[in-house]
Design a protein. Structure first.
Length: 208
């Protein structure tokens, strides 16, 4: 059994889902994430997000366990060309968690986390802001990890776009990030990772 599966079972136990059901859910998650087309939106990314919650942030968050649940499903449906990944992932999460008899109010919270990016509306709650920042942490990660992220993102997009189209789209995204008043929504992440994030973005722009 992998470390991540143990973490998953612990999280499911914290929210009241029995072991037999959590084992079945993790097996399905592994099959869906272990798609060879994924370069970044995979179980490694999920585990990094979960580990952040289980570290220094746990006492800061209102609903840390439910946020962990959301991260396990937040990229379960992923297509680099789709605008409905989050919505489709939320539908899968709600279905599986309903089958596992999670409370409706808890499922609603999980779905709300997953849909943080839908509609272009900035998240209002502090937990939702942390959910977004944890997902974006990779932008402020150590340089070698960021290089892996660069390669992973390119792999996912180059399956659908030629090199010139990919570079143009990626450049637009990166320059847009630099124009933001804040890279991260929470003071915690902005103070700790903004400098490295800007450095990484500039590095990637130069590499493109």
């Amino acid at each position: 059994m992998s470390d991540l599966e143990l973490k998953f079972q612990t999280t499911m136990d914290e929210v009241g889902i029995e072991l037999s059901k959590s084992r079945l859910m993790f097996a399905e998650l592994r099959r869906m994430y272990d798609d060879e087309t994924r370069g970044h939106h995979n179980l490694r990314h999920v585990e990094e997000c979960v580990d952040m919650i289980r570290g220094s942030l746990r006492t800061t968050l209102v609903s840390p366990s439910l946020m962990e649940v959301a991260y396990y499903w937040h990229d379960v449906v992923y297509d680099a060309t789709s605008l409905t990944n989050e919505l489709e992932s939320a539908v899968v999460a709600a279905s599986r968690l309903t089958q596992a008899h999670l409370k409706r109010s808890q499922i609603a919270t999980v779905v709300e986390f997953i849909l943080t990016y839908q509609g272009g509306v900035p998240p209002r709650s502090e937990d939702a802001k942390y959910f977004r920042d944890i997902d974006y942490w990779i932008i402020g990660s150590p340089r070698e990890r960021y290089k892996e992220y660069m390669r992973g993102i390119e792999k996912e997009y180059r399956m659908h776009f030629d090199g010139e189209s990919y570079r143009a789209g990626r450049m637009k995204f990166l320059k847009g990030m630099l124009q933001l008043e804040r890279i991260f929504l929470t003071d915690y992440f902005e103070a700790r990772f903004r400098e490295d994030a800007i450095s990484n973005i500039l590095y990637e722009i130069e590499a493109l």
